[in-house]
Ligand binder design. Structure first.
Ligand SMILES: [Zn+2]
Ligand SMILES: [Zn+2]
Length: 380
């Protein structure tokens, strides 16, 4: 598996300073780490405090008494003005204080109290949650546990936007994957609204909208990493949608591109650059920039439940587009050539759409075309 026998070419070197590294082999890079480190250095079990002391004493060449003394002197306890159990709360101003500074402080505190609002915004609560939720998570089933010495890769998935704009756009999703996972695991974890579309015009039959979404119909997709198209070929209906591009490049001045199967490729098999924009393409032409931002050994404080990977640590929240009638509910329908609508195309929630466009018996009123609208905020 290891390419180049784990030579120095598999240590990430910045190709463009502070932008991206030269390509290196993920599996070989990990092997280098495992060779260079002692197993206890990447072990998930915490070193015994006593063993750590012995190690420190040996390293520093000091006696046990000296170590104790240094510990006491360097302890944060020594910074206290009062013993730990009788520290006054610094936020409580003593009553009847004569000090002008304390009087001022009290005044400010009283004023601040009047400003406190009971609730914290949903977005504020959630801001740290996703990242923090999985920190230090363990699993009871040892078979699902992330093995020691496993590599964690961080990928930023950017919105389906034009390539030249990607660097001005915040990552839409940040995902952590394990080196031993397949590329298809990452593909399945990327959520994109174009996978949820329902095709067809339903103005005559609004009650018979099929439950099939594009993801069920069009399963082809590929990643493009370092000159290789990794195609998702898990299902019989999958096609190599990179063929069009490869055919186009044939009589142009491009090097030969290779293909491989997404489901047969582990992240350990990849040879990639850190910080470099790669491509994920699905639904024919929905293109996302994919950037590997970090490769590191798993730490005991990481989420160690392997079943939670790919682990989403960031998800950009988008503004939902509301119904043009009630301005309250998220849109479900989009109409065109609609004589009843104020604009073309026009968005409606399910209730307003039906009340405006159908009589009590469900007969269509007026002339229009209606399509299912999937709001990008549906994935929030
Ligand atoms: Zn997409
Ligand atoms: Zn509405």
């Amino acid at each position: 598996m290891a390419e180049g026998g784990g030579g120095m070419e598999n240590v990430p070197v910045y190709e463009n300073v502070d932008v991206n590294t030269k390509p290196f082999h993920i599996g070989a890079f990990r092997d280098l780490w495992l060779e260079a480190l002692k197993p206890e250095q990447y072990s998930f079990s915490r070193p015994e405090a006593a063993a750590e002391d012995v190690e420190l004493m040996e390293e520093m060449g000091v006696s046990a008494e000296t170590l104790e003394e240094v510990k006491t002197i360097c302890s944060t306890e020594s910074l206290r003005s009062h013993p730990a159990d009788e520290v006054p709360d610094p936020d409580v101003v003593p009553p009847d204080s004569k000090l002008a500074t304390l009087k001022l402080r009290k005044k400010k505190q009283d004023y601040k109290k009047t400003l406190v609002r009971e609730s914290i915004g949903r977005h504020d609560i959630y801001a740290n949650e996703m990242e923090m939720l999985a920190v230090g998570r363990k699993t009871d089933n040892p078979r699902n546990s992330v093995p020691e010495g496993e590599i964690i890769l961080t990928f930023n998935i950017v919105y389906p936007v034009l390539f030249e704009r990607f660097k001005y756009v915040r990552a839409y999703q940040t995902l952590h994957v394990l080196g031993s996972q397949k590329l298809t695991d990452l593909r399945d974890a990327i959520c994109c609204v174009s996978d949820l579309q329902v095709f067809g015009e339903f103005s005559n039959t609004p009650d018979t909208v099929p439950q099939f979404i594009s993801k069920d119909h069009y399963k082809s997709a590929f990643f493009f990493f370092e000159g290789t198209f990794f195609n998702d070929m898990r299902f019989p209906e999958c096609r190599d949608i990179s063929k069009t591009t490869r055919d186009w490049t044939k009589n142009k001045d491009f090097p030969d591109f290779k293909t491989a199967k997404m489901e047969d490729t582990l992240f350990y098999d990849l040879r990639v650059k850190v910080g470099y924009p790669y491509l994920y393409c699905h639904q024919g032409d929905c293109e996302h920039v994919v950037i590997l931002t970090d490769v590191r050994l798993a730490h005991r404080d990481d989420c160690l439940d392997g079943t939670l990977y790919p682990l989403m640590t960031h998800k950009h929240r988008v503004v939902t587009r509301k119904c043009c009638v009630c301005h309250l509910y998220i849109s479900r329908w989009i109409t065109t050539n609609d004589t009843l609508a104020p604009m073309d195309p026009c968005l409606f929630c399910d209730q307003c759409f039906r009340q405006l466009h159908y009589d009590d018996d469900g007969n269509k009123l007026g002339d229009f075309q209606a399509y299912i609208y999937v709001d990008a905020g549906a994935l929030n």
